[in-house]
Write a protein that binds this ligand. Structure first.
Ligand SMILES: Cc1ncc(COP(=O)(O)O)c(C=O)c1O
Length: 425
C-alpha cells in the first residue's frame, strides 16, 4: 500500500487531526539501535526518540519481554516477584526518602495519581505549574497542559507561572535578580490561591522544563521555588517522564539542582517502548494514598512490564549509558555552538546530556522566534535522513533527544547535516 493510501485509511479509520510528524509523514517498519528504517528500506538516524532509550529493539529487552510473556502475564492481585525485584532496583537509585513506588501504564496516568496523592496528603486543591507545558491527557492533567492550546480550566485550582528562561529572560534580568524574579512569580501564585481561599496542594513541573523549551534554568531557581511551595504547605511533584533514565547525563533530571522531590513520576523510556509508568514518592505519601483510596490498575506492574523495565535499568547500567549521554552530549553541544557561530538563525543552543534545544530566531537582538524556519529545518533534516522535531512556547526550538547509545560518529552526522540544511535555508 502506498503512503497516500495508508494516510487515507488512517483518516477514515482513526478520524481527523491525528498528529503526524513531517510534511511527508514517515512510514517506519523497523528499528535497531539509533536507526529506524522506512517501508522503502531507507535508514534514518533517530535524533528524536527518547522512548527506546537503550536503543530500538534492544535484544536484552526484547528477550525479557518474550520470555516472561511465554511464561505468565497477569495483574498485581497475585503475588509476583518481578515487581518486587524491579522496585528494589529502581528505588535504590533515588534519595533514600523516595522509598515506595506504584506502577501504571502512561505518564499521564502517573501524573494524575501524583496530583491526587498530593491533594489527599495536603488536604489542598491548588496546583502550580508553568504557563507553557504538557504533562499528559487525563481530564485532571490536561488542566495543566497549555502548550498545545488553552486549557479553559474553570476550577480555580490551577495557577500558571512563567517558565524559568535565561534566554528570553523575565524583564531582561540576569543572574540572581532573574532567579529572584521567577521565584517572586511562585510567591505571587501562592498569594493568589490564598486570596481565593484555595489551599495549596503542590507544584508539578518537569525539573528540566523540557516541553517549555529546555531552558538554561536560572541558578538556584528550582530549589528556591520548591522551598516556597513547601513553606506554603504544598508538595513538589517532579515530572521525570521525559527527563528520567539518564537522558540528562545524570540518571534523574532533578539531580544536581539541590532538591529532592516529594513525589516523582516516570514513564516514556522506562521500558524502552513497552508502556510502563511509575509514581515514586516518600513512603508516607503512598501509604496515605493507598490507605484512603482503593487503587487498582489492571495492567500496571504486570510481570511482562516489570521484566522489560528491569532489563532497561540493567542495560543502562551495564552499557554505561548515563556516562555516554554526558560525554557525547558535550561533543554535540560543542558542535552546535560552532554552528551558532556560522548561522545567524541560531539564537541559542541548550543541552543537558543527550537532550538538546536549538532556539531559532529571525533576529538575534530581538530574539524573534522563527517557527516557520524551524519547521523547514525539521522537514529538510528528515529528507536528508535525520529525524528530529520542534517544541517550546513559540514552536521555534529544535528538539533532539536520541536513544542513549548515540555515538560521536552519530553526533557528527547530525551536526554535519544540520550545518548543510541551515546553509541551504
Ligand atoms: C513531561 C511529560 N509528562 C507526561 C507526559 C504524558 O505521558 P504519556 O503520553 O505517556 O501519557 C508527557 C508526554 O509527552 C510529557 O512530555
Amino acid at each position: 500500500m502506498s503512503i497516500e493510501q495508508l494516510l487515507e485509511k488512517r483518516e477514515r479509520l482513526l478520524g481527523p487531526n491525528n498528529p503526524l510528524f513531517y510534511d511527508e509523514p514517515l512510514h517506519l517498519v523497523k528499528g535497531e539501535g539509533v536507526w529506524v528504517t522506512d517501508a522503502d528500506g531507507r535508514r534514518y538516524l533517530d535524533c528524536y526518540n527518547n522512548v527506546p532509550c537503550v536503543g530500538h529493539c534492544h535484544p536484552r529487552v526484547v528477550d525479557a519481554i518474550c520470555r516472561q510473556a511465554g511464561e505468565l502475564n497477569t495483574h498485581t492481585r497475585y503475588v509476583h516477584v518481578n515487581i518486587l525485584t524491579y522496585a528494589e532496583k529502581l528505588l535504590a537509585t533515588f534519595d533514600p526518602t523516595l522509598n515506595r513506588m506504584m506502577l501504571g501504564c502512561t505518564g499521564s496516568e502517573a501524573n494524575d495519581i501524583a496530583m491526587r496523592m498530593a491533594k489527599l496528603w495536603t488536604g489542598g486543591e491548588g496546583i502550580i505549574c508553568t504557563n507553557a507545558t504538557y504533562h499528559g491527557n487525563t481530564d485532571l492533567v490536561m488542566r495543566l497542559s497549555s502548550l498545545f492550546g488553552p486549557t479553559d480550566d474553570q476550577t480555580g485550582t490551577i495557577e500558571m507561572v512563567p517558565w524559568p528562561d535565561s534566554y528570553r529572560a523575565l524583564n531582561g534580568l540576569k543572574g540572581e535578580a532573574l532567579t529572584d524574579a521567577y521565584v517572586a512569580e511562585i510567591d505571587r501564585a501562592i498569594e493568589r490561591f490564598s486570596q481565593a481561599g484555595v489551599k495549596l496542594a503542590g507544584m508539578l513541573v518537569c525539573p528540566i522544563y523540557a516541553n517549555e523549551g529546555l531552558p538554561n534554568i536560572p541558578d538556584g531557581y528550582l530549589a528556591r521555588a520548591v522551598a516556597a511551595v513547601r513553606a506554603a504547605g504544598g508538595v513538589f511533584i517532579a515530572d521525570e517522564v521525559q527527563s528520567g533514565f539518564g537522558r540528562t547525563g545524570r540518571l534523574w533530571g532533578h539531580e544536581g539542582q539541590g532538591v529532592v522531590p516529594d513525589i516523582l513520576t516516570l514513564g516514556k523510556p522506562m521500558a524502552n517502548g513497552h508502556p510502563v509508568s511509575a509514581v515514586v514518592a516518600r513512603g508516607e505519601l503512598i501509604d496515605h494514598f493507598r490507605s484512603n483510596v482503593m487503587y487498582f490498575n489492571t495492567f500496571g506492574g504486570n510481570p511482562v512490564s516489570c521484566a522489560a523495565a528491569l532489563a532497561v535499568l540493567e542495560v543502562i547500567e551495564e552499557e554505561g549509558l548515563v556516562a555516554n549521554a554526558e560525554s557525547v552530549g558535550r561533543h554535540v553541544l560543542e558542535g552546535f555552538n560552532a554552528l551558532k557561530a556560522r548561522h545567524d538563525l541560531i539564537g541559542d543552543v541548550r543541552g543537558k546530556g543527550l537532550f538538546f534545544g536549538m532556539d531559532l530566531v529571525l533576529d538575534r537582538d530581538r530574539k524573534t522566534p522563527a517557527p516557520k524556519e524551524t519547521s523547514r529545518v525539521v522537514n529538510e533534516m528528515r529528507r536528508r535522513g535525520v529525524i528530529m522535531s520542534s517544541i517550546g512556547e513559540h514552536g521555534n526550538v529544535l528538539k533532539m533527544r536520541p536513544p542513549l547509545p548515540f555515538s560521536k560518529a552519530n553526533a557528527d552526522q547530525l551536526i554535519g547535516t544540520l550545518d548543510d540544511v541551515l546553509g541551504d535555508l
